[in-house]
Design a protein around this ligand. Sequence first.
Ligand code: IVH
Length: 683
Amino acid sequence: MNLDIKKKWQQLADEIRSHDALYYQQDKPIISDAQYDTLRRELEELEKTFPELQTPDSPTQKVGAPPLEKFAKVRHSIPMLSLANAFTREDIEEFLERIRRFLGLSEQEEIILVGELKIDGLSFSARYENGKFIQGLTRGDGEIGENITDNLATILPPQLHGNFPKILEVRGEIYMTHENFASLNSTLPEDDKFANPRNAAAGSLRQKDASITASRKLDYFIYSWGETSEKLGDTHKEYIKALGHLGFRTIARFFGNWRQNFIYTLHSLNDIIAFYEEVHKERANFNFDIDGLVYKVDRLDYQKRLGEVARAPRWAIAHKFPAEQAVTQIEAIDIQVGRIGTLTPVARLKPVTVGGVVVSNATLHNEDEIKRKDIRVGDTIVIQRAGDVIPQVVSVDVGKRPANSTEYKFPEVCPICGSHAVREEGEVARRCTGGLMCEAQLVERIRHFVSRGALDIEGLGEKQIQAFWNDGLIKNVNDIFDLANKADIISAREGWGKKSLKNLIAAIEKSRDVTLEKFIYALGIRHVGEVTAKLLAREYSSAENWFFEMKQLASDTTKREAVNNIHGIGDIVADSLTDFFSESHNVEIVEKLIARLSIKDTKIASSNSPVSGKTVVFTGALTKMTRAEAKERAENMGAKVASSVSAQTNYVIAGDDAGSKLKKARELNVTVLSEDEWLELVK
Ligand code: IVH
């Protein structure tokens, strides 16, 4: 093989990699799919003739290799359009008029429309080949969606029946019913609860781990289609009917149940308005959220002629429902404390029916919102429910305000534990600083304390912690180390055998040997994640020294400056540490922990670290750390991080889709490491 061929391969491979990066990472492809395919084919041909060219990192060996943390991006074969919105009768009139004008139809000629529910969920496109489900995508930006095949496979039929076309793409909505939404939320901790069924559906669908999607009860319906290799009819209605026969749940089913009718056919503006009003009235009886109706021109030849404007078809429109509103009175304002300490104000209301649902609470969001609207106890207010479970306050009727009313004062201490509740600069939320003793946060704190990156106690999951907490066996993190003395009580509990208890006690015992950085991280101090904990551990070397210095943060500014001066740590962390150690409860708990654990001192690694004094360059997409993290870690180990490769570079760490820097490194014979190899080196 001559050098020219090798060069050609290199050029092609680089070009493809750069297009991959543009497409997958930046969502900005600069060539068409066809042009891209030509490049790939050329490379494949070349590798077929000269197999020795085919290295494992050749683009032919990876299909687009998207960044690990994300879903792969895939271009829709036919873009997924969105809908224009109509709110009034006039808007609908205009919509019909436009269609008539565009098609050159006289007043006498009928335009048949179909009316459908507009379910409030998340749209998807699913591709079937030879009747088998092969790919599922989110809508994305309409052009490129995310590959959620595994997730959708848990919801859609895997195999079609009947006379299916060879290629068929169906489009529809994933949603969650009210019952499933409520039962999912009842299993989630306060801060993780979803605000509405739509969010719950989206959060459940876009899971890296498809088994989580499978465990959430999601529903779907089909309202449209994309690529099809054969025609299924001449009208929208015929298509939907045909899709139903192939085994899909379609929008028609709902109507079938509800009105003993397939998709509702509308002949005139009056029909449309009557349909709208009827569904609007019925809305509260559906067991899923709808945010309006969709009207579509039934004839597909008309649809084709009408085409689209600004990514929305001219042949369809969404008729939105106004948000449901009601007037009531605020009886009290309560503060809820979430499991990471966020204080959320909630208005307790005189119960009132809004859109068919009795409402007795409204969220007030935060301190600023209350101030902005000057919301007070006793106020008469208008509330609104727009799909969300917890309604919001729209306005206050100041005229009806009681004479003795006073401005609401947001508490500065946690209503649960009495610790200071602080508000960081630039943050809207006030947070309780009593992390280690605040009942509202305890289960979460303990869960964090025993988690893998922290004390790593196996066998103590959220469920067990919650149960121990309910029984009063664990009131704070220190109590974990007394569990061995309570073995009798625990073994009487359901689910604890001799062996599992023995294992738990052994795991707790083992966890006493912990590094300072893990210990600091385990405390769950706000803004002190693993990287910051490591920096602190390096700086202060021993637990005793660290604790001694931290206790003085509030009273001694030089101590605070010392924290601030640590490379990689700034005001935010310094403030957070100061707040944490200003709470005497926290100090007591940490003191006790230090006394009973055996916390290993941190050795200063930088001078004898394998990368000390070396110059390194990161390139490509890293999957286990951000660029900032990678840089910080390298610098902490005494390395210099450069942005371009030169003869002085010692290591190039190449992530996915590395391009010109990697090439240069190879040319200059610089050692190239994968992300994993690098992590092994700086361990
Ligand atoms: S038709 C070109 N029909 O509403 C046709 N969409 O606001 C595009 N939606 O992205 C959509 N129910 O997620 C259509 N019966 C229905 C629908 C529906 C819900 C959603 C869909 C779409 C969004 C547009």
